[in-house]
Design a protein around this ligand. Structure first.
Ligand code: PEP
Length: 247
């Protein structure tokens, strides 16, 4: 049985006062059977880690650089996130791919860096609306998954989480239907099986992201290959994120 995961991506939202949301989240879910991860902006990682020390909430970064250190103004490396107390990191989010020109190859290097520094990579993949309409969703995802995970040894991938995030569903209020989500999650699992065998594929969590809200979460999570959610907007409010955790 794969343990469910609810990960919140706060994106570029949140000043110190936002950290209060973590208190109620932690208090609500003392004994939950779902892993809870919040990825606040980098400025809040250290206080967020301190604030969640006695709570089931883990803290993650929203991206990491391919390199450990160097002349990369504005970037953050995997060891810096680990040093700040983060346990997870989102890699390959579509906003990073779209606005910061991240590619399947550089996402692969980010995943390698994350694993090397003991961070759980939450590896995002997903097609655009145009790609879905052109019926190339599976080939787009095949390339993203295959290149994103290339040359990474099986033993290094045990903690991997894959997030299927159809780009047309992110922040739009449009959600994939349960059938669309299940079909793609099953396809991604088949790619993992082809690469590393069925034991591995069955153990890896594939979470869904794209306008997950309290009122659509139960339906999505009822699908056999949907192992949780990566949540943007609805993770900013502890009441609504709690409902997603508890669905
Ligand atoms: C996201 O940014 O990863 C996301 C899924 O956002 P939203 O839930 O707001 O669509």
């Amino acid at each position: 049985m794969r343990r469910k995961m609810a990960a919140g991506n706060w994106k570029m939202n949140g000043l110190s006062a936002q950290l209060a949301e973590l208190d109620s989240l932690g208090a609500d879910h003392g004994s939950t059977s779902c892993d809870i991860v919040i990825c606040p902006p980098a400025t809040l990682i250290v206080p967020a880690v301190a604030r969640t020390q006695d709570s089931p909430v883990s803290i993650g970064g929203q991206d990491c650089h391919t390199e450990i250190k160097g002349a990369h103004t504005g970037d953050i490396s995997a060891p810096m996130l680990a040093d700040a107390g983060a346990s997870h990191v989102i890699t390959g989010h579509s906003e990073r791919r779209q606005y910061f020109h991240e590619t399947d190859d550089t996402v692969n290097k980010r995943i390698v860096a994350a694993i090397k520094h003991d961070l759980v990579p939450v590896f995002c993949v997903g097609e655009t609306e145009t790609e879905r309409e052109a019926n190339i969703t599976f080939s787009v995802l095949d390339k993203q998954v295959t290149t994103g995970l290339q040359d990474i040894a099986l033993e290094d991938l045990s903690k991997l989480v894959v997030a299927y995030e159809p780009i047309w569903a992110i922040g739009t209020g449009k959600t994939a239907t349960t059938e669309q989500a299940q079909e793609v999650h099953q396809f991604i699992r088949s790619l993992l099986e082809k690469a590393h065998g069925s034991g591995f594929a069955e153990s890896i969590r594939i979470v869904y992201g794209g306008s997950v809200k309290p009122d659509n979460v139960a339906e999505l999570m009822s699908m056999p290959d949907v192992d949780g959610g990566l949540v943007g907007g609805a993770s900013l409010d502890a009441v609504s994120f709690s409902k997603i955790v508890l669905y």
